[in-house]
Ligand binder design. Structure first.
Ligand SMILES: [Zn+2]
Length: 346
């Protein structure tokens, strides 16, 4: 592998190729973008391009350094990920990294540390990271990988160069699902649409019948009345088989998909409402129904609903109780839809 395998991130690729050529690498970056679009992959390819013995601006993938970065065994390269069964980066992990970073590089002029899920750490851990970012050793390059900048402390953010990653194109995801994972074209097309440019997400949804679950959900949206809120959230739990999942992590993952479905549906309503038909909508099968539903809601209402959904996603990432979270979100949405005055319960 080398930069050649990076897809749909041309802007980021050019940016770093120039930075390497001109010797203008920063001490700290935040790679931001949704899950499953290749941020960690890119950061490893970047590390290889910097450490490679045979190539100045890319990875040869053949030399001893490239091979050892691939195996996470190069002594000047560190990848920190949440420990098994944990969603967060722990302070002990950051303290260890901090100690290691202050020891000079062994085989190279740089020491590269990648921290995955860097938007998932508590205040104590974040303060520890901040200390490292405040006085990074000259040879250090620290890359924080996050899905949302909202969850990164401003003090951390302000010390890093922000690099935004784009979603993968729908065709790229679809072709990969067909060619690499042997999915049939119809399922690949639907998964490419609902995964919103994340190959990892599309693959994880492939055998969970999420496509059918989402279709069921869309049909329910049209029938909802204001006082259906509590029955509907219970129905959702049953139809989506959330209770049947073993771990909280699995439940949270499925609830996230569920909330994404809400987000995509109301996003489509907004696009139909403002009449911008150049932007593709996810639910093209339901075109007529979507258009007629969008007529009954104002742009302000739709924006408020989308905001409610976005807040719910953030609370989900902060370990909120998933039953309460769903009930509150649905109550808020239905109240907004029917124009009832509500106070945000979250
Ligand atoms: Zn190499």
């Amino acid at each position: 592998m080398s930069f050649k395998i990076i897809s749909c991130q041309d802007r980021v690729l050019k940016f770093f190729q120039n930075a390497i050529k001109n010797n203008r690498l920063a001490h700290a970056y935040i790679f931001v973008g949704q899950e499953g679009i290749g941020k960690t992959l890119f950061s490893k390819e970047l590390a290889k391009a910097i450490f490679c013995q045979n190539s100045s601006f890319d990875a040869c993938d053949d030399c001893n350094n490239c091979k050892r970065v691939n195996n996470d065994s190069f002594p000047d390269f560190f990848l920190t990920v949440p420990e098994e069964n944990s969603r967060v980066i722990k302070i002990e992990q950051l303290k260890y990294l901090q100690e290691i970073l202050y020891i000079k590089p062994i085989e190279s002029e740089y020491k590269i540390a990648i921290i995955q899920s860097a938007d998932r750490m508590n205040e104590e851990a974040s303060n520890c990271l901040l200390k490292t970012l405040e006085e990074p050793p000259l040879y250090a390059i620290i890359i924080l990988i996050v899905t949302s900048l909202d969850l990164v402390e401003e003090t951390v953010r302000s010390r890093c160069q922000i690099v935004r990653f784009s979603p993968l194109s729908k065709d790229f995801v679809k072709n990969n699902l067909i060619n690499r994972f042997q999915l049939n074209a119809n399922l690949a097309e639907q998964l490419a649409l609902i995964s919103n440019g994340s190959l990892e997400r599309a693959i994880s949804l492939a055998d969970t019948q999420v496509v059918q679950k989402k279709n069921w959900l869309i049909n329910q949206f049209y029938k909802l009345e204001a006082n259906d809120n509590l029955t509907f959230s219970k129905e959702l739990f049953n139809e989506w088989h959330i209770k049947d999942l073993d771990t909280l992590e699995e439940k949270r993952g499925l609830v996230k998909e569920l909330i994404f479905s809400f987000l995509m549906y109301y996003r489509d309503l907004l696009i139909c409402k403002v009449g911008n038909l150049n932007i593709p909508i996810y639910h093209d099968k339901w075109d007529e129904l979507i258009i007629s539903k969008s007529r009954s809601l104002s742009v302000d209402t739709l924006l408020n609903i989308l905001n409610t959904i976005k807040i719910s996603l953030e609370y989900l990432d902060r370990n909120a109780n998933i039953n309460l979270l769903l009930e509150n979100m649905i109550t808020n949405i239905l109240c907004l839809q029917t124009g009832n005055k509500i106070s945000l319960l979250q």
